[in-house]
Design a binder for this molecule. Structure first.
Ligand SMILES: [Zn+2]
Length: 294
């Protein structure tokens, strides 16, 4: 395999970004955001989003997770998108010992270029994930998590062998949200704009490429899926929105004409419990031939 990203393209992606001042105990990272999970409310950190992506400042691509990111607390101009380059200062997690996890210093956050789908070819996106696809199967992630706990690999991009379905159900937390409203406080104890729980729980069932795979059922926790459900419920009502959810996240994204892959990530306290953090869904046959050495 050739160079991970050519220096020309790296320079393009990081155009306009300033240097971030280093600080003892911190590291400066430049990365492309590939997944952004639906916000969760934690007792210790207030509202937090798990953001993960791929470092582009390392000689080879490396997964990185940022947590917690109080995304809704960021100024609008700092609210980065998926597939956008960001640079910031980070610190190794203290309670979260997973190798990919860092605590972000969001006061240093800078936003760079957005890598779009390039009229649906996904060429640049393929180059970014090249080298990280199917490093492990979902079965291998699961058993490594069980054996090694937080020392196991916790982020990946896998190709399902067969996607069997998507079960869309109502989220009990969404139905009971009235009782939770008074509990949402910021880190400093002030009430924050109420965060509605994701209305649906959508679970993919699939087999991975492990010949002995007996199947996986994993919940999709992508931010976009939660937002999509909330918007569609307002527009067409709950029942019809569930049908649309199934249609979008299974029929469309996992269409046989797509080369669908899942971004997987595990849970800090359950290292063998993996979730689908997002879906990678370029057209079939769009993957460029292996990078040539020039
Ligand atoms: Zn499997």
């Amino acid at each position: 395999m050739g160079e991970f990203l050519t220096s020309y393209w790296k320079a393009q992606l990081t155009q306009g970004l300033d240097e971030v001042k280093p600080r003892p105990g911190f590291e400066v990272v430049t990365m492309i955001v590939t997944v952004k999970a639906y916000p969760a409310i934690g007792r210790k950190n207030g509202e937090g989003v798990c953001v993960a992506g791929i470092r582009i400042d390392t000689p080879s691509p490396q997964w990185i997770r940022l947590f917690p990111v109080n995304f809704r607390g960021l100024d609008e101009i700092h609210q980065f998108k998926k597939w956008q380059v960001i640079r910031l200062r980070v610190q190794r997690g203290t309670s979260d010992r997973r190798a990919e996890s860092y605590t972000p210093d969001l006061s240093t956050l800078q936003l760079g270029q957005l890598v779009d789908t390039q009229s649906g070819t996904w060429e640049r996106r393929w180059q970014i994930v090249d080298g990280l696809i199917d490093t492990y199967t979902a079965c291998e992630f699961h058993s490594a998590g069980r054996a090694k706990g937080q020392a196991a690999p916790s982020l990946g991009l896998i190709t399902p062998a067969e996607i069997k379905g998507l079960e869309v159900g109502l989220n009990p937390d969404y139905l009971n949200q009235g009782s939770q409203k008074h509990e949402q406080l910021s880190l400093f104890g002030e009430p924050v704009k109420f965060l509605e729980p994701p209305p649906f729980i959508a679970k993919y069932s699939y087999t991975c490429r492990e010949p002995s795979c007996r199947g996986h059922d994993q919940t999709l926790i992508d931010w976009e899926s939660g937002v999509f459900a909330r918007k569609r419920i307002q527009a067409v009502g709950r029942e019809a929105a569930m049908v649309e959810h199934h249609d979008k996240f299974l029929t469309q994204l996992c269409s046989p004409s797509n080369d669908t892959k899942f971004f997987l990530g595990n849970q800090h306290n359950y290292p063998h419990g993996f979730l689908v953090l997002g879906v990678f869904y370029p057209k079939k046959g769009s993957q460029p031939a292996a990078t040539l050495d020039f």
